[in-house]
Design a protein around this ligand. Structure first.
Ligand code: TPP
Ligand code: MG
Length: 298
């Protein structure tokens, strides 16, 4: 948010944590679904509404997330990885992300078809969470397909939990995106103009490592085999560990540079990219709307 920029209504079950980048002007605290439902029932179409800039962004975004989905390179392109996971998972399947740079690709490119099918702890971003959250998801929904998606670094922070998963006879697939480094930090290091330094390391043989716990281990050696391998794991009982070598060489270019240029171009190719102003100011309008919405019943 920017001072003097678009006004924001915070709808949540608790108050906003206000800081320099998030300072909503109005709060609606309570059950979120109910609040949105009430607002929806009270909204009347306004002649000044113009969603064209939003639709333009959506169109470009939809096209952008298809890029790289069928890339054949090996190690696997992250965009291809996301597309293959989406194809392999049923609509109610649950993906549980650990924390690494692939999380950005999943957050951008993976379409969720049902609520709570993408578990992603964005704020604190604790590495090591992917495998335990997949195990918990399996305990809660034993009949659904569950996949943990981890980086090599994050997986190794809690990999001993494979023992629990095997002992409890869980059915889960654990994907390790292997770049033999803390890829997210390498990406940040590059973006800050530092040399590529100190973030690469070696890993155990993941197949033998999985087998040492009594799990099944696999390594993808061709991007065309990734989809069938994921299908196989999801459709077979037990704990499956799939190592996927990943190619992060375009992360810096795409995520740090191209997307910014693309966003700027969307704004330049039409109007200003901002919808028409609301008569009387957005604040006045929002307050009027909310006072109607939340007036006390007689
Ligand atoms: C417990 C913990 N330590 C450190 C970090 C900072 N951190 C965020 S991502 C990352 C690297 C992740 O590496 P990896 O799991 O291999 O994923 P990649 O980005 O390489 O795909 C680090 C060190 C963190 N989020 N959590
Ligand atoms: Mg890594």
């Amino acid at each position: 948010m920017k001072q003097g920029g678009t006004e924001v209504i915070h709808i949540s079950f608790r108050s906003a944590e206000v800081d320099p980048v998030y300072f909503p002007q109005i709060e609606v605290i309570g059950d979120i679904a109910n609040a949105i439902w009430q607002m929806d029932t009270m909204l009347e179409k306004q002649s000044h509404w113009n969603f064209s800039s939003m639709m333009r962004v959506k169109e470009k975004h939809d096209a952008n997330i298809l890029e790289g989905a069928d890339d054949t390179r090996f190690p696997v392109y992250p965009q291809r990885m996301v597309a293959e996971v989406r194809k392999a998972m049923p609509d109610d399947g649950i993906i549980c992300l650990d924390n690494g740079v692939y999380k950005i690709w999943f957050a951008r490119n993976y379409r969720a078809y049902k609520p709570n099918t993408v578990l992603l702890d964005n704020a604190l971003a604790t590495m090591g969470a992917g495998l335990p959250s997949a195990m918990a998801a399996h305990l809660v929904y034993p009949e659904r397909k569950v996949m943990a998606i981890c980086g090599d670094g994050g997986f190794m922070m809690n990999s001993q939990e494979l023992e629990t998963a095997v002992r409890l006879k869980m059915n889960i697939t654990v994907v390790i995106l292997n770049d033999n480094s803390y890829g997210m930090i390498r990406w940040k290091q590059a973006n800050m103009g530092f040399d590529d330094w100190g973030l690469q390391y070696g890993n155990p043989d993941f197949i033998k490592y999985a087998e040492s716990y009594g799990a099944m281990g696999y390594r993808v050696e061709d991007s065309a085999k990734l989809g069938p391998m994921l299908e196989h794991c999801l459709n077979s009982p037990g704990v499956h560990l799939v190592e996927v070598p990943v190619d992060y060489s375009d992360n810096d270019r795409i995520l740090n540079k191209d997307i910014k240029k693309l966003s700027a171009a969307i704004r330049l190719d039409g109007t200003s990219g901002v919808d028409a102003p609301i008569e009387g100011g957005e604040d006045a309008n929002a307050k009027k709307f909310l006072s109607r919405l939340f007036k006390q019943p007689k």
